[in-house]
Write a new protein. Structure first.
Length: 457
């Protein structure tokens, strides 16, 4: 390395000299400024052991802050040198990573478990080979490695390159805040979660007496689940500061540049995605509509956007044949509601108001369907859609959902869903109705129900 790596380590780990320095850390202090704090308790309360742990998710979602919170939770005057945090954005190669860890372990031999926290490790090409080298060299006893990254594909490769070497390590996925979490931080004294001890009708009525769920859903559809944006929106008279739009636009642009992609092609593709949310489309049609020409280029760029946690593609599933058809048209959704507004501002030069959007039934339906997908994915992982002549919006095993974000939904609006032999749910705007053949559930209630409800009711 061209610079003194030990000096860089001291710069990034001031608690080695004074363990109270963690309280003055930039990320900790920024978190303390927030009125609404979101934390991943599964991560913070985990009992870490020997192994390689992987935390992934989009940039600016809180991964670095959680690493600092973990240090703050466990550090004391005796073990202060047992925590190495390093932002790998400033490293150039896998050799740099290996030398960094080796130098740390050589110079800090205090007793007890070592925590080696390598932030944004996926920014370094082939970085996981450095971890493989260290593990194979024997640097694993009483050592917890926690690696973070903002690229899904690179993190996936991390696990694949460490077969049998991850010890007790597991994966942590940091995604935008759910609607339930969004309500909980605002109304901490109200039990938001449906527990199964009462009917959903009673739960919905009781909660609506205490909280205007329609108003809160309107807020959430604007600010989405990104903690920084939520705090800005809720504290600034329901406005999002232009700085946040610039910040997240710059994040996308930097990911594009770092991965050797062309910004103009990205913008054309994202513009087409905004139009096609809730509609299925083929790569060939995508290429023709955007003027890109090659469906291979479209595929490459869409996979990049998916790996960067900006979009998610889902596939066609034939519920009659119980088969996923990866060659048929796909549907594409945005990873967070805020991205809808961000991309509209960036690509079209206009920041539309929530009122303008909701007064357009087609656009409101797109936002509702996008949010429905995001929640189903958070509950069930893999979700598909069905389309032949008619369509079913979402399918998971023996469960199916149709999004009809309108004032009234009649059976004639979801004929294909009624042919489905499993459990059937229709996501509505306000209508709640339970029948033996299907359930109509308002979106604002649907987002508060747990996995167990859909599997057992």
């Amino acid at each position: 390395m061209a610079y003194n790596i030990l000096e860089k380590m001291y710069n990034q780990n001031p608690w080695w000299e004074d363990y109270n320095a963690i309280r003055r850390d930039y990320h900790i202090k920024e978190l303390q400024k927030n009125n609404f704090v979101f934390s991943n308790q599964d991560f913070l309360k985990h009992r870490f052991a020997d192994g390689v742990y992987i935390a992934t998710g989009p940039r600016q979602i809180g991964k670095t802050t959680h690493l600092k919170l973990l240090i703050q939770r466990m550090i004391n005057s005796r073990n202060k040198e047992n925590f190495l945090y390093f932002n790998c954005d400033i490293l150039d190669s896998k050799k740099d990573i290996a030398e960094l860890v080796e130098k740390y372990l050589r110079n800090f031999r205090s007793a007890g478990r070592k925590f080696i926290l390598l932030d944004e490790i996926t920014s370094v090409k082939d970085s996981i080979l450095a971890i493989k080298y260290l593990i194979d060299k024997g640097e694993k006893s009483k050592i917890t490695y926690i690696l973070t990254g903002s690229s899904a594909v690179n993190i996936k490769k991390t696990g694949e390159f460490l077969p049998g070497r991850r010890g007790k390590g597991k994966d942590f996925l940091f995604l935008p805040v759910s609607f339930s979490e969004f309500l909980t931080v605002q109304y901490p004294k109200i039990n938001i979660a449906w527990t199964g001890k009462e009917s959903i009708e009673k739960f919905y009525a009781r909660l609506n007496q205490k909280i205007s769920l329609s108003a809160e859903l309107g807020k959430y559809l604007v600010c989405g689940g990104i903690p920084r944006v939520i705090n800005d929106y809720l504290l600034d008279d329901k406005k999002i500061d232009l700085d946040n739009f610039n910040l997240y636009r710059d994040w996308i642009a930097s990911e594009v540049a770092k991965n050797g992609k062309r910004e103009q092609i990205i913008k054309v593709i994202l513009q087409r995605i905004l139009i096609s949310i809730s509609s299925d489309i083929s790569y060939n049609a995508f290429a023709a509509d955007t003027g890109i020409g090659s469906h291979n280029t479209v595929y490459d760029y869409l996979m990049f956007l998916e790996d960067a946690f900006i979009i998610k593609q889902i596939y066609n599933y034939s519920y009659q044949q119980k088969k996923v058809n990866f060659r048929k048209n796909k549907k594409i959704y945005l990873r967070d509601p805020f991205l809808f507004w961000l991309l509209g501002w960036w690509l079209n030069g206009k920041l539309e108001s929530y009122k303008e959007i909701t007064e357009n039934p087609a656009l409101a339906g797109q936002l509702a369907e996008n949010l429905t997908f995001l929640y189903l994915e958070s509950l069930f992982g893999e979700v598909f859609f069905y389309k032949d002549r008619r369509e079913i919006d979402f399918i998971h095993k023996n469960l199916a959902w149709e999004c009809k974000y309108q004032n009234k939904a009649a059976p004639s609006d979801f004929k294909e869903l009624l042919k489905f032999s499993g459990k059937r749910f229709v996501i509505t705007k306000d209508e709640l109705k339970i029948t033996k053949d299907y359930q109509l559930i308002p979106l604002k209630l649907f987002l508060l129900l747990n996995k167990e409800y859909f599997e057992k009711h």
